[in-house]
Design a protein around this ligand. Structure first.
Ligand code: CA
Length: 643
């Protein structure tokens, strides 16, 4: 019996060994042995170069052996913690350049070498108790997008670890006026998810000259699976950035805020200098017929998610961040470059970890990708990728105008976009036989309602370029009206960080490498424009208080949402009806006036709590009325909740 048991065990072990390795298992550390494993079907030989530190050229070289799956293996039986490594391979008789491999989880300064790190030792105290904050439905969320430097570099932030992961662990920080900043500000504002611009290791900031204070958004990946060194307090210590990124996520979770990572799998910083370009040349990218690199990203290359191992790389990478760092969601940069099947597989893999992890992205590309359009994860095909969302340029352009011109939108007086606004308010679904256009989202959670993000003008600047002649008071009314429309829409809602503090980027619509002085959030405005801030805060609370704005399914939107007839194109009016069983209000009436004149609106007679009116908002109610008509003030929203 015992012999049989041992035989079975040995057989199982053999079967286990013969499984195809995971791409992410490039460097598996234990105190007695580190196993290395890298995929390459084209290498004739592969070597591992082990270094005592990040600078030395003296390496101990190990030769790797290939298995039947084209993975190359070597095991070093000693405690390698603190060592560094690279690999290089020989192809057509020539040795290529060194790289840390495609899945390095810990790296040296500037990501040049892989680092052997005991990942379990990078966990901050209490990490085993870290939990994702509760979340019921994706349409409940309010995303706040920011860059770590934008959010913290201002002297008025009162934050110590400016521009670092640790900035978001600091409690009790305030402006000189004593108003909350940092993580306390996010709690006070009431957002549910923080979307952070790229925090993986990117290439455009030299981590050895951080004191120079250079700024970049970071859409230039070097190592996809290690945090960016520039956001750590010590980029020379490979474990430091890992621990500090986890500390940030832990602190946000404790504050009730989930974390969304901005991932950029669609291109790499460059080809020759990046592991994806070096380890298996050309394989991870799409090529043009003439052998040049396709460029749907507009950044010099586009990756090939349709290639089996690139797809596996993306699936394993997001799962790694979700498991190791407890990341709660992923925003895919230029998602339209990826194929739909990859997005579906990512969704399925994340569902195995936690179905509440969010997935959404930009359903477009910078230029035409080198792959059949019908199979790409473009916005138009969002409904074919259940529970993957796409940013709605429909509602954005409808409200404030297209980024390709300086025209006004509905919120600044252009009624031409009225229909597209209604389409967005309904969450981009097939609404009442496509009354406002063909739905591209299968469910409202697939429609990311937003007006501004890091790209293009921020809201204040957008209104400035399209409505410069208006008074500041009018511009502030337009600002509030536009953001109100986002927050009463049926999609997942998204706000660009700093809009609530009336940020300006001084007319710069692409601030990817502008200095901090352009990109920082002006914390001092929290006092000066407190009325605007308070309006945003109340509107977020109003959304969160009322399920009517978050019906959550196309079926319920079709059932409960009615657009009301109006006497002027400048008014969009809708009513959320029959809410008794799901909301504290019996019905909700929303009136959006996109003109500089007061307009009369009609709606069913009732006793209403006025939640917003004449550019003021209060979740507790401004006043109550018993009415069937109301005068909506110029450029403003009225929201009535029936008692
Ligand atoms: Ca870096």
């Amino acid at each position: 019996m015992r012999k049989l048991f041992l035989f079975i065990l040995a057989t199982l072990t053999l079967v286990g060994c013969s499984k195809q390795p995971r791409l992410e298992d490039e460097c598996l550390y234990s105190s007695s042995e580190t196993r290395f494993c890298f995929w390459s079907p084209v290498a004739e030989q592969m070597e591992l170069r082990l270094y005592d530190d990040a600078q030395t050229d003296e390496a101990t070289i190990y030769s790797l052996k290939k298995d039947k799956y084209d993975f190359w293996h070597v095991s070093v039986k000693s405690d390698l913690a603190g060592k560094y490594y690279t690999i290089r391979s020989c192809q057509n008789g020539e040795w290529g350049a060194e790289s840390p491999g495609i899945f390095a989880k810990a790296v040296s300064v500037n990501g040049l070498r892989g680092a052997v790190v005991d990942l379990s030792a990078t966990n901050p105290a209490g990490w085993q108790d870290d939990q994702r904050p509760a979340m019921t439905d994706p349409t409940d969320i309010v995303v706040y997008e920011t860059h770590l430097r934008d959010f913290t570099m201002s002297p008025a932030s009162g934050i110590e670890h400016k521009g670092k992961f640790l900035s978001l662990t600091e409690q009790g920080t305030t402006t000189p006026d004593g108003l909350a900043t940092g993580i306390d500000h996010l709690k006070e504002l009431g957002i549910t998810h923080l979307q952070i611009l790229p925090m993986f290791d990117y290439g455009s900031i030299d981590e050895t000259t951080l004191a120079s204070g250079n700024y970049n958004w970071g859409y230039d990946p070097i190592n996809y699976n290690a945090p960016e060194g520039g956001y750590s307090t010590d980029p020379y210590n490979p474990a430091c950035r890992i621990t500090e990124a986890k500390q940030m996520i832990q602190a946000l979770h404790k504050a009730g805020i989930r974390v969304i990572m901005d991932v950029v799998y669609n291109h790499t910083y460059n080809v020759a200098g990046c592991a994806l370009g070096r380890v298996v040349p050309q394989y991870f990218y799409r090529l043009n017929a003439d052998g040049t690199y396709a460029n749907g990203s507009g950044c010099g290359n586009e990756t090939a998610s349709d290639h089996e191992m690139m797809r596996r790389f993306m699936v394993e990478s997001v799962c790694y961040w979700a498991r190791e760092y407890h990341v709660d969601g992923f925003r895919f940069d230029l998602m339209g470059i990826h194929d739909q099947e990859t997005m579906r597989q990512i969704r399925a893999a994340l569902d195995n970890i936690d179905p509440t992890i969010l997935t959404y992205g930009e359903g477009w590309a910078a230029m035409a990708p080198a792959y059949p359009y019908d199979s790409l994860a473009m916005k138009q095909w969002t409904y074919k990728m259940p529970r993957v969302g796409a940013f709605s340029d429909d509602i954005r352009n409808a409200l404030i105008g297209s980024p390709f011109d300086h025209e006004r939108g509905f919120a600044s007086g252009n009624t031409a976009s009225r229909q597209a606004l209604c389409f967005g308010l309904a969450g981009g679904i097939n609404y009442h036989d496509n009354e406002f256009g063909d739905g591209w989202s299968g469910e409202p959670m697939q429609h990311v309602s937003y007006i501004t993000c890091h790209d293009n003008y921020c809201l204040r600047d957008r209104i400035e370029v399209s409505a410069a002649e208006e008074t500041e008071e009018t511009k502030l009314r337009m600002n509030k009206l536009a953001q109100t429309a986002v927050l009463v829409s049926q999609g997942m809602t998204f706000i660009y960080g700093g809009e609530e503090l009336y940020r300006t980027k001084r007319g710069i619509d692409n601030s990817y490498q502008s200095p901090d002085s352009i990109n920082i959030i002006p914390w001092e405005n929290k006092l000066q424009y407190n009325n605007l801030y308070e309006y945003y805060r109340q509107m977020i609370q109003i959304r969160r208080d009322h399920r009517g704005f978050r019906l959550g399914s196309a079926e319920l939107v079709n059932k409960h949402l009615d657009f009301l007839p109006t006497q002027t194109e400048s008014l969009v009016a809708f009513r959320l009806k029959d809410l008794e069983s799901i909301d504290t209000a019996k019905s909700i009436v929303v009136l959006l006036n996109g003109s500089n004149e007061p307009v009369e609106a009609m709606f069913p007679m009732g006793e209403y709590v006025v939640l917003a009116d004449n550019a003021q908002a209060s979740a507790a109610g401004l006043t109550t009325i018993s009415a069937m008509q109301h005068t909506v003030a110029p450029y403003s929203a009225t929201i009535l909740a029936e008692k």
